[in-house]
Design a protein around this ligand. Sequence first.
Ligand code: SAH
Length: 220
Amino acid sequence: MRKTEDTYLHKGLRNQLVAVLKEKGITDEGVLTAIGMIPRHFFLDSAFDKIAYEDRAFPIAANQTISQPYTVAYQTQLLKVKKGDKVLEIGTGSMYQTTILAAMGAEVYTIERQEELASRTSQYIFKDQFPNVHFFFGDGFLGLPQFAPFDKIIITAAAPNVPEKLWEQLKVKGLMVIPVDESASAQRMLRLTKKKDGLAKQESFEEFSFVPMLQGKSQG
Ligand code: SAH
């Protein structure tokens, strides 16, 4: 990410993006406020400066992507984030989704498997503003048992299934928002609520297309 100017032009484009997301059905005021506040162009290469507020995914390093704003808004809305929620995010990527969660007051634990991306988190420019973000380099399939249980878990890569270790790290009454493979190119967004007996109540939402959730760490 890069610290650059946040001009009136950027702010205007950001307001337009918020209007687009409202039109597409996003209603959570907390989500819309956070997207209106966080400069998305900071999370992208300078080449994308003028198009950073289009509702599109863009490439970042290590052949990964920054999720489309609609996808970020959609997943965050399903997660029903409240101030103080302890949230585990799988797939730090550009740190944009991470920052939206932090701006909403969540205590965020986020894991990235690509070393190139994970190493950039030490330069997080919102470190002082959002001390409530904790970055980890590792395999998201394993979660963070040392910090469990979590109120909410969000997976931002295409999952082959619901990873058992992550399910174990979710509190009873906790929510997991996860895009699960339905075909080679599409995932169904699911929201799972952990019942008292440990089983899941499952709700199904729209289809999305994510980069794959992969096993193990990728170094170099
Ligand atoms: N939330 C990110 C989305 C990035 S794309 C953003 O808004 O920018 C998904 C990310 O998940 C990629 O960076 C990819 O490397 C990461 N990822 C895939 N499998 C993973 C795993 N098992 N553990 C941790 N991160 C993983």
